[in-house]
Design a protein around this ligand. Sequence first.
Ligand code: TYD
Length: 209
Amino acid sequence: MTTKKGLFLSVEGIDGSGKSTHLEFIKLYLEKHGYQVIITREPGGTKTGEEIRELLLHSEHLQDNTELFLYFASRQELISKVILPNLAKGICVIADRFIDSSIAYQGAGRKLGVAKIKQISAMLDPNIEPALTLLFDADLAVAMHRLKTERKLDRIEKEPIEFFNTVQQAYYALLNENSQRIKLISTNVSIAETEQNLLVYLNEFMKNA
Ligand code: TYD
Protein backbone atom coordinates (compact mmCIF):
# COMPACT_ATOMS: atom_id res chain seq x y z
CA MET A 1 0.00 0.00 0.00
CA THR A 2 1.34 3.44 -0.81
CA THR A 3 0.34 6.30 1.42
CA LYS A 4 -0.09 9.74 -0.05
CA LYS A 5 2.07 12.45 1.52
CA GLY A 6 0.34 15.72 2.28
CA LEU A 7 0.95 18.78 0.16
CA PHE A 8 2.94 21.65 1.60
CA LEU A 9 1.82 25.15 0.58
CA SER A 10 2.64 28.57 1.96
CA VAL A 11 1.02 31.97 1.75
CA GLU A 12 3.05 35.16 1.90
CA GLY A 13 2.70 38.90 1.48
CA ILE A 14 3.25 42.23 3.18
CA ASP A 15 1.08 43.19 6.12
CA GLY A 16 -2.27 44.38 4.79
CA SER A 17 -1.91 42.33 1.59
CA GLY A 18 -5.18 40.53 2.34
CA LYS A 19 -3.63 37.09 2.64
CA SER A 20 -5.60 36.04 5.74
CA THR A 21 -8.92 36.73 3.98
CA HIS A 22 -8.19 33.95 1.50
CA LEU A 23 -6.77 31.22 3.73
CA GLU A 24 -10.11 29.49 4.30
CA PHE A 25 -10.83 29.53 0.57
CA ILE A 26 -7.58 27.67 -0.12
CA LYS A 27 -8.29 25.20 2.67
CA LEU A 28 -11.79 24.48 1.35
CA TYR A 29 -10.41 24.00 -2.15
CA LEU A 30 -7.98 21.32 -0.96
CA GLU A 31 -10.67 19.66 1.15
CA LYS A 32 -12.90 19.45 -1.93
CA HIS A 33 -10.04 17.56 -3.54
CA GLY A 34 -10.18 15.00 -0.77
CA TYR A 35 -7.39 16.23 1.48
CA GLN A 36 -7.38 16.86 5.18
CA VAL A 37 -5.89 20.30 5.72
CA ILE A 38 -4.34 22.28 8.53
CA ILE A 39 -3.30 25.93 8.56
CA THR A 40 -0.23 26.92 10.57
CA ARG A 41 0.91 30.41 11.41
CA GLU A 42 4.30 32.00 11.91
CA PRO A 43 5.52 33.04 14.26
CA GLY A 44 3.56 30.59 16.40
CA GLY A 45 1.71 27.36 15.78
CA THR A 46 3.24 25.44 18.70
CA LYS A 47 3.21 26.14 22.43
CA THR A 48 6.79 27.44 22.38
CA GLY A 49 6.20 29.16 19.07
CA GLU A 50 3.27 31.11 20.50
CA GLU A 51 5.47 32.25 23.39
CA ILE A 52 8.09 33.36 20.89
CA ARG A 53 5.34 35.15 18.92
CA GLU A 54 4.46 37.17 21.97
CA LEU A 55 8.11 38.24 22.32
CA LEU A 56 8.40 39.09 18.64
CA LEU A 57 5.24 41.06 18.22
CA HIS A 58 4.75 42.70 21.59
CA SER A 59 8.09 43.29 23.28
CA GLU A 60 10.04 46.51 23.12
CA HIS A 61 12.84 47.02 20.64
CA LEU A 62 14.75 43.86 19.72
CA GLN A 63 18.17 43.67 18.08
CA ASP A 64 17.68 42.73 14.42
CA ASN A 65 19.64 39.49 14.91
CA THR A 66 17.60 38.60 17.98
CA GLU A 67 14.45 39.09 15.93
CA LEU A 68 15.85 36.94 13.13
CA PHE A 69 16.82 34.04 15.40
CA LEU A 70 13.50 34.12 17.20
CA TYR A 71 11.61 33.75 13.92
CA PHE A 72 13.81 30.79 13.05
CA ALA A 73 13.42 29.22 16.50
CA SER A 74 9.66 29.38 16.15
CA ARG A 75 9.96 27.91 12.63
CA GLN A 76 12.10 24.96 13.77
CA GLU A 77 9.53 24.05 16.42
CA LEU A 78 6.76 24.27 13.82
CA ILE A 79 8.60 22.13 11.28
CA SER A 80 9.47 19.40 13.78
CA LYS A 81 6.27 19.28 15.78
CA VAL A 82 3.55 20.19 13.28
CA ILE A 83 4.53 20.41 9.63
CA LEU A 84 6.48 17.16 9.20
CA PRO A 85 4.22 14.92 11.31
CA ASN A 86 1.13 16.15 9.45
CA LEU A 87 2.65 15.80 5.99
CA ALA A 88 3.71 12.27 6.92
CA LYS A 89 0.09 11.45 7.78
CA GLY A 90 -1.03 12.67 4.36
CA ILE A 91 -2.44 15.91 5.73
CA CYS A 92 -1.91 19.10 3.71
CA VAL A 93 -0.22 21.98 5.46
CA ILE A 94 -0.92 25.58 4.49
CA ALA A 95 1.76 27.66 6.16
CA ASP A 96 0.66 31.23 6.84
CA ARG A 97 4.21 32.57 6.30
CA PHE A 98 7.45 30.60 6.02
CA ILE A 99 11.11 31.23 5.08
CA ASP A 100 10.21 33.79 2.39
CA SER A 101 8.95 36.07 5.18
CA SER A 102 12.38 36.04 6.83
CA ILE A 103 14.04 36.80 3.51
CA ALA A 104 11.69 39.71 2.83
CA TYR A 105 11.33 41.16 6.35
CA GLN A 106 14.69 40.45 8.00
CA GLY A 107 16.91 39.99 4.95
CA ALA A 108 15.61 43.04 3.08
CA GLY A 109 13.47 45.02 5.54
CA ARG A 110 16.01 44.88 8.36
CA LYS A 111 18.87 44.88 5.85
CA LEU A 112 20.49 41.74 7.26
CA GLY A 113 21.07 40.47 3.74
CA VAL A 114 19.32 37.73 1.83
CA ALA A 115 22.44 35.54 1.78
CA LYS A 116 22.51 35.44 5.56
CA ILE A 117 18.89 34.30 5.74
CA LYS A 118 19.57 31.56 3.22
CA GLN A 119 22.54 30.36 5.30
CA ILE A 120 20.39 30.13 8.41
CA SER A 121 17.60 28.40 6.48
CA ALA A 122 20.11 25.75 5.46
CA MET A 123 20.52 24.95 9.18
CA LEU A 124 16.85 24.14 9.66
CA ASP A 125 16.36 20.45 10.26
CA PRO A 126 15.17 19.56 7.69
CA ASN A 127 15.31 22.56 5.38
CA ILE A 128 12.00 22.10 3.59
CA GLU A 129 10.38 24.17 0.86
CA PRO A 130 6.69 24.55 -0.01
CA ALA A 131 5.59 23.06 -3.32
CA LEU A 132 3.47 26.15 -3.97
CA THR A 133 3.69 29.64 -2.48
CA LEU A 134 0.85 32.09 -3.02
CA LEU A 135 2.17 35.62 -2.75
CA PHE A 136 -0.65 38.03 -1.95
CA ASP A 137 -0.01 41.54 -3.08
CA ALA A 138 -1.71 44.93 -3.02
CA ASP A 139 -0.60 48.44 -3.87
CA LEU A 140 1.42 49.69 -0.95
CA ALA A 141 -1.02 52.52 -0.22
CA VAL A 142 -3.94 50.08 -0.18
CA ALA A 143 -2.11 47.67 2.14
CA MET A 144 -1.13 50.45 4.54
CA HIS A 145 -4.67 51.79 4.59
CA ARG A 146 -6.02 48.30 5.41
CA LEU A 147 -3.50 47.95 8.22
CA LYS A 148 -4.36 51.23 9.83
CA THR A 149 -8.12 50.79 9.67
CA GLU A 150 -8.44 47.11 10.47
CA ARG A 151 -6.63 46.48 13.72
CA LYS A 152 -4.33 47.46 16.53
CA LEU A 153 -0.79 47.47 15.17
CA ASP A 154 1.87 45.08 16.48
CA ARG A 155 5.61 45.86 16.73
CA ILE A 156 6.38 45.04 13.07
CA GLU A 157 3.27 46.72 11.71
CA LYS A 158 4.33 50.00 13.31
CA GLU A 159 7.29 50.25 10.91
CA PRO A 160 7.18 53.15 8.42
CA ILE A 161 5.96 52.74 4.85
CA GLU A 162 9.56 52.65 3.52
CA PHE A 163 10.10 49.42 5.44
CA PHE A 164 7.10 47.77 3.77
CA ASN A 165 8.17 49.11 0.41
CA THR A 166 11.51 47.31 0.83
CA VAL A 167 9.77 44.13 1.99
CA GLN A 168 7.44 44.23 -1.00
CA GLN A 169 10.34 44.72 -3.43
CA ALA A 170 12.09 41.73 -1.85
CA TYR A 171 8.98 39.62 -2.42
CA TYR A 172 9.00 40.66 -6.09
CA ALA A 173 12.65 39.61 -6.34
CA LEU A 174 11.78 36.23 -4.81
CA LEU A 175 8.94 35.89 -7.30
CA ASN A 176 11.32 36.50 -10.19
CA GLU A 177 13.83 33.96 -8.90
CA ASN A 178 11.24 31.29 -8.10
CA SER A 179 8.59 31.71 -10.76
CA GLN A 180 7.75 27.98 -10.72
CA ARG A 181 7.03 27.87 -6.99
CA ILE A 182 5.73 31.38 -6.24
CA LYS A 183 2.54 32.77 -7.80
CA LEU A 184 1.43 36.38 -7.42
CA ILE A 185 -2.16 37.04 -6.41
CA SER A 186 -3.27 40.66 -6.60
CA THR A 187 -5.77 41.78 -3.99
CA ASN A 188 -6.32 45.18 -5.58
CA VAL A 189 -9.43 43.65 -7.14
CA SER A 190 -12.62 42.34 -5.48
CA ILE A 191 -12.53 39.26 -3.25
CA ALA A 192 -14.48 37.30 -5.90
CA GLU A 193 -11.96 38.21 -8.60
CA THR A 194 -9.05 37.32 -6.32
CA GLU A 195 -10.65 33.92 -5.73
CA GLN A 196 -10.98 33.39 -9.49
CA ASN A 197 -7.28 34.12 -9.90
CA LEU A 198 -6.45 31.81 -7.04
CA LEU A 199 -8.44 29.01 -8.66
CA VAL A 200 -6.30 29.23 -11.81
CA TYR A 201 -3.12 28.55 -9.84
CA LEU A 202 -4.68 25.97 -7.55
CA ASN A 203 -6.12 24.01 -10.50
CA GLU A 204 -2.76 24.11 -12.24
CA PHE A 205 -1.05 22.95 -9.07
CA MET A 206 -3.49 20.09 -8.45
CA LYS A 207 -2.98 18.78 -11.99
CA ASN A 208 0.61 17.96 -11.06
CA ALA A 209 0.07 17.06 -7.39
P1 TYD B 1 0.83 38.56 11.97
O1 TYD B 1 -0.04 39.39 12.85
O2 TYD B 1 0.63 37.08 11.97
O3 TYD B 1 0.76 39.18 10.54
P2 TYD B 1 0.13 38.61 9.21
O4 TYD B 1 -1.33 38.37 9.49
O5 TYD B 1 0.41 39.70 8.22
O6 TYD B 1 0.89 37.34 8.91
O7 TYD B 1 2.35 38.89 12.35
C1 TYD B 1 3.42 38.33 11.76
C2 TYD B 1 4.41 39.44 11.56
O8 TYD B 1 5.74 38.92 11.61
C3 TYD B 1 4.28 40.14 10.22
O9 TYD B 1 4.44 41.53 10.41
C4 TYD B 1 5.44 39.62 9.43
C5 TYD B 1 6.47 39.31 10.45
N1 TYD B 1 7.43 38.23 10.12
C6 TYD B 1 8.75 38.55 9.93
O10 TYD B 1 9.16 39.71 10.02
N2 TYD B 1 9.64 37.53 9.65
C7 TYD B 1 9.24 36.23 9.58
O11 TYD B 1 10.07 35.32 9.33
C8 TYD B 1 7.85 35.92 9.78
C9 TYD B 1 7.37 34.50 9.72
C10 TYD B 1 6.97 36.96 10.05
